[in-house]
Ligand binder design. Structure first.
Ligand code: GLY
Length: 377
């Protein structure tokens, strides 16, 4: 029986991975050089606002994942690598970008993957610079990396980016960089992760004293609610933080977030956009939160030693992926250009609501690739 399910899942995931390749092929064939963020009525090209520019690594990031999955040397793998390089190179100037807190998203999905393939030291220099630039956002008063919206604002999303500072610290031996990453993660853990494992999206500080004032939100339902994508960023981000630091507090935090997600999600593992939104609004799922969670759980499985917990996280990740593949692919909808339907970008600004979103696509492909590696005998 277990054998049967494994091979069914493998086939389902392989078919979905193929579908993802088809959709990305078609996107870059139709709109060469476009780095879209979210669809409008299922179409990638439109003039909707970005709010902030944080997504450009995800399209080439998927190409690196296709290349990795196909293995070196095959014609398709070579083709994906050429495309990945062509879409990665234009991102290099962003290593100096001080307007966003998203340099981990942009560079860990691209230059990091490229460097893993070639080990060219110039690629590593780009990663190190990106980590150093991100670290400049650190506020001594308050001990956090400030978000893009304001000096006094800390976002849970930044936990997904702090990994590039750990990386730069490791590559250069710079202890001050490592210290910035550690202090940011400890502050986030203290002020944004609650006792029950749920998370707030944003924290607001007093700039003069550094005192933490309150939890708030930009994209969640409200300051004291749990925005599901923020929870997913936290689960994944604290897992990465533990990988670099081996500080058990970060592993505990990642597990607390995972346990909250698991105990508060419906049976199919696809969470509402905010766990505390009113019932009507909660009908809107965020498939990107589910995809990030699946990928984060697959990372967490590798880090924990308790086999029962490991089994729970693995089976949950597989269950989420199964639901996404069976019920949320763009496949069934004529003309839909994305891979996954049912993502949400910014519900209050009405941006990308019930659409495909580029980070959802990326983390879905990352999770599929990771699960397929383990399911392949
Ligand atoms: N800005 C990151 C997000 O929308 O999740």
């Amino acid at each position: 029986m277990i054998q049967f399910e494994l091979s069914t899942d493998r086939q389902l995931f392989e078919d979905s991975f193929d579908f993802a390749q088809q959709q990305v092929r078609s996107l870059i064939g139709q709109h060469a050089g476009l780095y879209p963020m979210y669809t409008k009525n299922g179409k990638w090209k439109h003039d909707g606002p970005a709010w902030t520019h944080w997504c450009d690594g995800f399209l080439p990031g998927m190409m690196w994942l296709f290349h990795r999955h196909l293995g070196p040397g095959g014609p398709d793998a070579d083709w994906w690598m050429d495309q990945a390089i062509a879409y990665t190179i234009p991102l290099e100037p962003r290593k100096m970008d001080r307007e966003v807190h998203d340099l981990g998203f942009i560079f860990l999905s691209t230059y990091y993957r490229w460097y893993q393939v070639t080990k060219d030291p110039e690629l590593n220099d780009v990663l190190v610079q990106a980590g150093e630039t991100l670290a400049m956002r650190f506020k001594e008063n308050g001990q956090y990396l400030r978000s893009f919206v304001a000096e006094d604002s800390l976002f849970i999303d930044i936990m997904m980016n702090v990994g590039i500072i750990f990386y730069a610290a490791r590559e250069t031996g710079d202890r001050m960089l490592r210290d910035v990453a550690l202090r940011h993660a400890l502050t986030t853990r203290r002020v944004l992760v609650r006792g029950d494992g749920s998370t707030a999206h944003e924290g607001i500080f007093d700039l003069e004293s550094g005192e933490f004032l309150r939890q708030s939100t930009q994209q969640g339902y409200r300051g004291d609610s749990c925005w599901s994508r923020g929870l997913a960023w936290s689960l994944y981000g604290f897992s990465t933080c533990y990988e670099y630091s081996r500080d058990p507090r970060f592993l505990e935090t990642a597990e607390a977030c995972a346990d909250y997600y698991i105990t508060h999600s419906p049976a199919d593992g696809v969470a509402p956009w905010d766990f505390n939104a009113p019932a009507d609004s909660r009908r809107q799922v965020d498939t990107s939160a589910a995809a990030i969670t699946a990928s984060g759980l697959l990372r967490l499985c590798r880090l924990i030693t308790d086999p029962l917990k490991g089994h729970l996280y693995w089976t949950t990740a597989v269950r989420i992926l199964r639901s996404l593949c069976e019920s949320h692919l763009g496949k069934g909808t004529e003309g839909w250009e994305g891979i996954l339907r049912g993502g949400v970008y910014h519900i209050h600004k009405d941006l990308g609501v019930d659409e495909s979103v580029m980070w959802g696509e990326y983390f879905f492909v990352e999770a599929l690739e990771s699960a397929l590696r383990r399911l392949t005998p």
